[in-house]
Design a protein around this ligand. Structure first.
Ligand code: RNT
Ligand code: ZN
Length: 425
């Protein structure tokens, strides 16, 4: 166990060290404490959901690999796992649901029939724990998505089904926001696209626009729900053409006053997502980020503290845009302890945020404005050696969660006593 006396002692020295760079560690801690991450339920059950469908859900290009024992199979198991994860993540956070995670009872409920009451259990659970809920329409893992087309399907009936589904999902999102007193984010991602090069890239985009126009006919109060649209570059089965591309949604969202969602895995590997933030937020009011770690492709690995994540969060902090940027996790890895994966990712994002908040930005900016390029580069390098780890320990202890690696023991115990005792599938 890390003794809090030792942490405090080190912190006093570290605080001084930061002060010499003009950085106030206390205000960084205070700001970090107000950052809420949206924790994605789908890491707990490998994107299976709770629908009872006789037919097997066809694959949707979202590939979960691994078979670590302990997948949550019921809503109670999933909530217990989330509670365990949240108990090891400092701060107060949000939970991100997908439409397929409703409590649908024994008779099948299709996606165009889902209602707020299917999510009553989640609302009660969230309310008791002081959590807010975000929402996503589930336009995959369904027989009517098997062709790879949903909102932009050439068949009017299929399009209608998905339009209805997204309308239901937005209604649920409003209900979540209203019940829990705070806007619920509704994010929309669709798999539509084709494996091989199509002749006609136009028709599907026109159809998608038409479907979205119909979906967004109903406006809701931003106090209760906000919409975001998530683009993608390619997927498994949509390598050559993706209908909802970045340009498509950027333009559409701008015209309609909606948000875009940038997923770290949805761009060319050499493209900098960090660089897009200051461009988009000149025009758009808000932005959603899906934090994942792409390894060679959009592989949805667990987020770690790496340059990509740090670069993105530094941009947000440097632009004083924390209030305008929503942070959500969106990876799924079934090859390791799933609860541990949540905690690793969430703690990594919070650490990156802390490093960004502790950056001696005023000093570096001064050098930049003066044209002191040597000074700027040297300060960037010096900042890398600042002892943010001690500030992190203080953040964890004040939030009453284990600092340092102590939390790993809790995950191991949970594996032994809970996850490891669950049966298969
Ligand atoms: C898919 C998108 C999308 C999904 C979730 C489950 O490529 O990233 O956000 O991961 O909706
Ligand atoms: Zn995503």
């Amino acid at each position: 166990m890390m003794a809090s006396k030792d942490v405090d002692k080190t912190y006093q020295i570290v605080r001084e060290r930061y002060a010499r760079f003009g950085v106030d560690t206390e205000s960084a801690l205070e700001r970090l404490g107000r950052c809420a991450l949206s924790l994605h339920v789908w890491q707990g059950d490998d994107l299976a959901g709770f629908e009872r469908r006789a037919e097997m859900a066809p694959d949707s290009g979202l590939l979960v690999t691994g078979n670590h024992p302990g997948r949550a199979r019921t809503v109670d198991e999933l909530r217990a796992d989330l509670e365990k994860a949240l108990s090891l993540i400092p701060g107060r956070h949000r939970v991100n649901l997908h439409a397929m995670y409703g409590e649908f009872g024994s008779s099948p409920v299709d996606r165009n029939e889902i209602e707020p009451f299917h999510f009553k259990g989640w609302v009660e659970w969230a309310r008791e724990r002081g959590l807010k809920l975000d929402f996503n329409a589930t336009c995959f893992n369904h027989p009517l998505a098997a062709s790879g087309w949903t909102l932009s399907h050439r068949d009017k009936e299929v399009r209608k089904f998905w339009v209805e589904h997204v309308k239901c999902s937005r209604r649920i999102s409003v209900a979540l926001g209203r019940e829990l007193r705070g806007a619920s984010l509704h994010n929309l991602w669709i798999p539509d696209g084709s494996k091989d090069a199509p002749l006609d890239r136009w028709t599907h985009r026109a159809l998608l626009k038409e479907s979205l126009d119909e979906i967004f006919e109903t406006e809701y109060s931003p106090m209760q729900m906000k919409d975001s649209l998530e683009s993608k570059l390619f997927g498994i089965g949509s390598e050559s053409y993706v209908v909802g591309s970045h340009e498509f949604y950027l333009g559409y969202a701008q015209a309609k006053g909606k948000m875009v969602c940038l997923d770290l895995g949805h761009f060319h590997p050499t493209e900098s997502v960090a660089d897009k933030i200051s461009a988009i937020l000149q025009i758009h009011q808000e932005l959603l980020l899906h934090l994942i770690r792409p390894v060679r492709w959009d592989s949805d690995h667990v987020v770690i503290l790496n340059e990509d994540v740090l670069g993105v969060l530094q941009e947000v902090v440097r632009g004083q845009a924390l209030e305008r940027v929503h942070l959500a996790l969106d990876y799924f890895d079934a090859s390791l302890n799933r609860v541990g994966a949540w905690v690793i990712g969430a703690r990594a994002v919070l650490k990156a945020l802390l490093i960004a908040l502790l950056e001696p930005a005023d000093r570096i900016r001064d050098a930049e404005i003066r044209g002191d390029l040597f000074g700027r580069l040297a300060l960037f390098e010096e900042a890398k050696a600042l002892p943010w780890g001690s500030v992190w320990d203080v953040f964890c202890l004040r939030a009453e969660v284990p600092a340092g690696p102590d939390w790993m023991d809790e995950i191991r115990l949970y594996q032994e006593n809970v996850l490891g005792r669950r049966g298969g599938s």
